[in-house]
Every structure is written in structure tokens, then in C-alpha cells.
Design a protein around this ligand. Sequence first.
Ligand code: KG4
Ligand code: ZN
Length: 342
Amino acid sequence: MTEPARNRVLGIETSCDDTGVAIYDSEQGLLAHVLYSQIETHKQYGGVVPELAARDHIRKVIPLVDAVLNKADCAKESITGVAYTCGPGLAGALLAGSAVAKGLAFAWGVPAIGVHHMEGHMLAPMLEERAPEFPFVALLVSGGHTLLAQVESVGKYTILGQTLDDAVGEAFDKTAKILGLGYPGGPAVAKAAERGDPNRFTFPRPMINRPGMEFSFSGLKTAALNIAQKTELDQQAIADIACAFQEAAVDTLVFKCKRALVHTKSKRLVVAGGVGANLRLREQLKTMTEQVAGELFFPRIEFCTDNGAMIALAGSKRLHQATPDLAFQVKPRWSLEDLAPV
Ligand code: KG4
Ligand code: ZN
């Protein structure tokens, strides 16, 4: 195995509706990061419109590259590699970032490396001062994924369980829509839940009576729909449904995380991905890990959701695996278990 040499990587994230660009130095850590959120573009449609996402990325990537070089106060000549998200995600959005990354790498005479978006999320806690050591159990919770993985080292992942239907972020987004809370749904549901009564409505705790570490979240969304149809949706009812939904989603995640720690005899739990920004989830996971004398690690809130910093970091770990050719291929579907170890 070759050890990565010192490097300074520009990372570009364009898998969905955030354009993120960052610079990570293997010795100095994160030098700077910038983010452009497309929320305003997609808001009027109630969700992400893939074509608009791709076009917005094309408009924003280069200005953000200039901005991040400026912010980090570093010359482009000091960049030794360019990392980009090549999957999973929206094909057009991925293509936008990949093409710019490959073009920049060619122009600068440095290698380019395609990064797995979920590996980026999983390594994001390593951007923090209190970074987890390997091995650990990772809970990845985003708009497209919900899975528990055993992580031995960078690239050595065993999936312990994943969702059989909707991702938990997707369930938050759909519940937000049902309640008229709009897009992006997760933060809106969490905000409404703050004023809610968790006991007025009853939601199921899917899969907790079954062995294993699989999840299922489509039933929670259906429960939200059924309750919403039978209830007059005033502000209090919306808050109460949001709160009971969030409690059920969080309980289920915490339950399976505890099982994963016991199953793997691990003490370290890492939480990453957009739903990792949910404060109730963070609080409940903290309580659970304390009960089992374990340790909980998560990225700061802004590095839970999509960002360039996690892609620059993952790219820095994998830069030595870059190939010199100009070809690139995006992978809208791509399993974490298919990654090569570092
Ligand atoms: O990781 P991410 O930014 O993008 C994907 O890779 O999917 O995750 C986005 C997901 C969305 O479903 C969003 O509603 C959810 O994360 N999310 C939240 C919160 N912030 C973002 N869900 C619950 N509570 C939050 N505070
Ligand atoms: Zn993501």
C-alpha cells in the first residue's frame, strides 16, 4: 500500500443542490471552504429540479473556485490535485462538477480524483479537532441514503444495514410536503417540531421488532399522510405531527445504532449526512452512547449537509490513486462497498 504524499487538494461537490468548493491540505487541514445553496432556485417547485441544478452548478463552480483560492490566500500553483464528487447523485449535476474538475486539473497539470459522495460524508467528522480514530461504526443519514457501516479504515466499509425503502431525509422531506412546510423539508420539520407535543399523535417505530440493522421509513411518511388527512391542519396540529414524526424517526435510528455498536463491539459512533444536522437526533444519540460508555462524533452542522470540504478531504486521502487520463465517468448509483481501500 502506498502512503499518500503531502498534498493540497481543491474539492468540488455538485451531486445535488449545493455547489461546494474547498481546499484541504494534508498537513495544515482545511484552508477554506465556500458554498452556494440552490434553495431559491428549487423552492418554487417544492423539490430539486435536476436540470436546473446542473445549470446552476455550471454557473457557480468557477466563481466559487476563485473565491476559495482568495479566501485561503493560496495561489493556484500550490494546488497539487483536484477532487470532485463522481457519484452517487444526479447525473447532470455530477457531470457539471466532474467536467470542471477535470478541466482545471488538466490546465494546472495536476491529477484529478473522483470521490464517492457518501465516503465524503463519512470522513467529514475528521475535519473537526476532535476527530474519530478507526475503526468505528458510521450512521449515514442523508436525502438519498440511510445506512449503518462498519469502518475499518478509509475505503474499508462493510454495510451493516440500510433502508429497504425511503431514506430518512426523504421521509423528512415528504412529511414536510404533506404538512405544507415546503422545501428543504428536514430543517422545516425540525423547526415546526420545536413547538409540538410528541404525544398527541402516535407514529410507529418501524423495524425495531425485527433483528438486524435494516431501516424502513416509507411507513412513517404514510402515517404522517394518514394523520394529516384526518386532522384539521392548524399551526399546532402541524407542529404536533412534525414532532411525533421526528421522535419516531430519531428513536428508530438511535435503536439501530445501539444495536450496531453491540453487534460490532465498537465504542465509537460517527454520524454524518444531512439528517445528522438534526439537533434532536444528535441529542438522543449522545444520551445513548453515554449509556453504553461509547463516544459520539459528528461534523459541525454545516459539514453534515453537502459541502466541498468533505470532498477535498476524501480526495486528499485518495489522491495517490488518481489516474493521469482525461476521461471521467459519473456514477449516479454506486455502492460504498465497491470502493478500493486506501
Ligand atoms: O447530505 P445532504 O445535504 O444531501 C444528500 O446527500 O442527500 O442531506 C440532505 C437531507 C435532506 O433530506 C434534508 O431534508 C435533510 O438532509 N436535513 C435534515 C436536517 N437538515 C437537513 N433532516 C432533519 N433535520 C435537519 N435539521
Ligand atoms: Zn449528501
